[in-house]
Design a binder for this molecule. Structure first.
Ligand SMILES: [Zn+2]
Length: 157
């Protein structure tokens, strides 16, 4: 078995869609990035790559590459999953935490779980999504950004 960790933060700005875990969430701001800036999916990709010993998301999907401009991060996750499989691993479980002052994640949690599970080919019960605020402290607490963390367990297949 192999374990990996992923961490990411993106800035919240007006005029962008908010996409978290592959789900578009109605909100007055969205995350800024070269792709759709799905911070949760980026953290999961990094955890998968870390567990497989394959480096990080920036090495595989550089933000200087026009191919990844505005791309759905779920496509990056699908590609990451394919790389992990090619290297002889299957996903055991994925745990995540979203750090956000707003919006409320609860209503979208199940849909995110299902989308992530389908993409990495596990049962929805193998994906866990938690959300917390930072009690008004720091850039996340002031609503300037959203962060996410993920831990992944891979099994040799
Ligand atoms: Zn990112």
């Amino acid at each position: 078995m192999r374990i990996g960790i992923g961490y990411d933060v993106h800035r919240l700005v007006t005029g962008r869609k908010l996409v978290l875990g592959g789900v578009v969430i109605p909100f007055e701001k969205g995350l800024l990035g070269h792709s759709d800036a799905d911070v949760l999916v980026h953290a999961v990709c990094d955890a998968l790559l870390g567990a497989a010993g394959l480096g990080d998301i920036g090495q595989h999907f550089p933000d200087s590459d026009p191919r990844f401009k505005d791309i759905s991060s779920m496509k990056l996750l699908a590609e990451t999953h394919a790389m992990v499989r090619q290297n002889g691993f299957t996903t055991g479980n994925i745990d995540t935490t979203i750090f956000a002052e707003a919006p409320k994640i609860g209503p979208y949690r199940k849909l995110m779980q299902e989308k992530l599970a389908a993409t990495v080919e596990v049962k929805p019960g193998c994906i866990n999504i938690k959300a917390t605020t930072t009690e008004g402290l720091g850039i996340i607490g002031k609503g300037e950004g959203i962060g996410a963390m993920s831990v992944v367990l891979l099994k040799m297949s």
